[in-house]
Design a protein around this ligand. Structure first.
Ligand code: YYY
Ligand code: MG
Length: 151
C-alpha cells in the first residue's frame, strides 16, 4: 500500500562528497514522502546489527570501518512500493555494474564506496527502521499532492 516504508541511508562517502541534497532530491521528485531524517555517527552496535547477515564475509571488517568513518544521513521514505522502487533507483550493489540513471550508476565507481543504503525487502525495512529510528522520530503527515501521485 501507499503506507509502505523503507530505510535509506547516505553512507559516509556520500556525506563527505556533498551528495545528501542530490539523493534527497531524487526521492522527493519521485513522489515519496519523507517521514524521518537525521544525521548521526553510527555506533558499532547499530552497524553490527544492521550488517549482521554479512558478518562472515571477507569485506565485513572494512565495511564496518567505512560505515563508522564519518556521519551518515538516515532517512525513512514512504509510498507505494517504496522498497522495490528505491532499490531500482539505487542500482546494483557493485557501482561498476550499476546502470546510468541510478544513484550508484551516476554517483559512484566502486562497490566498497557505493554512497547509499536501501532496505531490500519490506520485512527488512521494518527491522532496519526500528533499528535506526525511535518511533517518536517518525512523523505521520498528509501530503497535499496525494491525488496527483495516486488514483
Ligand atoms: O544491499 P546492498 O547495499 O546493495 O548490498 P549488500 O549485499 O547488502 O552489501 C552491503 C554492503 O556491503 C554493500 O552496499 C557494499 C558492501 N560490499 C562490499 O564492500 N563488497 C562486496 N563484495 C559486497 C558488498
Ligand atoms: Mg543489503
Amino acid at each position: 500500500g501507499v503506507g509502505e516504508r523503507t530505510l535509506i541511508a547516505v553512507k559516509p562517502d556520500g556525506v563527505q562528497r556533498r551528495l545528501v541534497g542530490e539523493i534527497v532530491k531524487r526521492f522527493e521528485q519521485r513522489g515519496f514522502k519523507l517521514v524521518g531524517l537525521k544525521l548521526l555517527q553510527a555506533s558499532e552496535g547499530i552497524l553490527a546489527e544492521h550488517y549482521h547477515d554479512l558478518r562472515r564475509k571477507p569485506f565485513y571488517p572494512a565495511l564496518l570501518r567505512y560505515m563508522a568513518s564519518g556521519p551518515v544521513v538516515a532517512m525513512v521514505w514512504e509510498g507505494h512500493n517504496v522498497v522495490r522502487t528505491s532499490r531500482a533507483m539505487v542500482g546494483d550493489t557493485d557501482s561498476s555494474q550499476a546502470k546510468p540513471g541510478t544513484i550508484r550508476g551516476d554517483l559512484s565507481v566502486h562497490i566498497s564506496r557505493n554512497v547509499i543504503h536501501a532496505s531490500d525487502s519490506v520485512e527488512v525495512a521494518e527491522r532496519e527502521i526500528s533499528l535506526w529510528f525511535h518511533t517518536g522520530e517518525l512523523i505521520s503527515w498528509e501530503t497535499s499532492d496525494q491525488c496527483d501521485l495516486y488514483q
